[in-house]
Ligand binder design. Sequence first.
Ligand code: NAD
Length: 256
Amino acid sequence: MGLVDELTVIITGAGAGIGRATALCFASEGAQVVVSDIDSNGAAETVNMIEKAGGTATLVTADVSKPADVAALIDMAVATYGKIDCAVNNAGIEGKIIPFADQTDDNFDAIISVNLKGTFLCMKAEIAAMLKSGGGTIVNLSSVAGLIGFSGLAPYVASKHGVAGLTKNAALEYGKSGIRVNAVCPGGIDTRMLDSLADQATGGTQSSAQMMDPLHPIGRIGKPQEVADLIVWLCSPRASFVTGAIIPVDGGYVAQ
Ligand code: NAD
């Protein structure tokens, strides 16, 4: 028996990094996975990996910042599998590291439109579908940057604090309708995004591990699988009394 046997899950940004690891983890625990990403090639690769391992997956290319793409994603998932049991709103971008007073409207708008508005659009559509089918679970990707500030990352920090706010509001509005909504807050996780941030911060002189291992009390950055395990548990019946929670998975980062 898998943790999420026979459940259907939509995962955005599932073509790489944490989203891909989460897709593989859901599939290995028995779920049918709708693998969505703006990057069709990355998403196709994730679908291949799931199918090679004997799992079930469907690819839907979608940009979460576009309402029409989000509507088509949800429609396709419902048409293929009948309903959506779980949704993981993971698609996100880091943008550029820029001091607050020098921030550009372009950097702010790009980050907010994917990380915050994209999560909002997906949640709205997912909740509407889950209300029709009698319930479900949603996990949003916030960040340690949704709990504390990081110099040079004001728009990203604002977007991730906003995701925590959306999570709490949806949890209290839909708890009695059988929909649980939680957010996870990863610390530094070994993905392309962390490499980009380390590159920008050090001018390419240090890898993400060199720069960020010592910043985590546990002594290292995390692996995508370590976030995926928490997300799958939150979507499983084992987490039946957990909703509205904003949960660090950060090697102790915010305990400092
Ligand atoms: P990543 O860059 O490796 O993967 C992100 C994926 O999202 C990519 O496949 C990309 O194509 C997709 N994507 C980007 N914009 C999109 C859009 N508009 N619509 C659909 N898909 C889009 O990043 P990651 O590290 O795996 O990050 C996943 C999530 O976890 C993000 O929300 C990120 O903010 C969050 N997070 C990451 C870390 C970390 O250290 N890596 C820490 C905290 C939070």
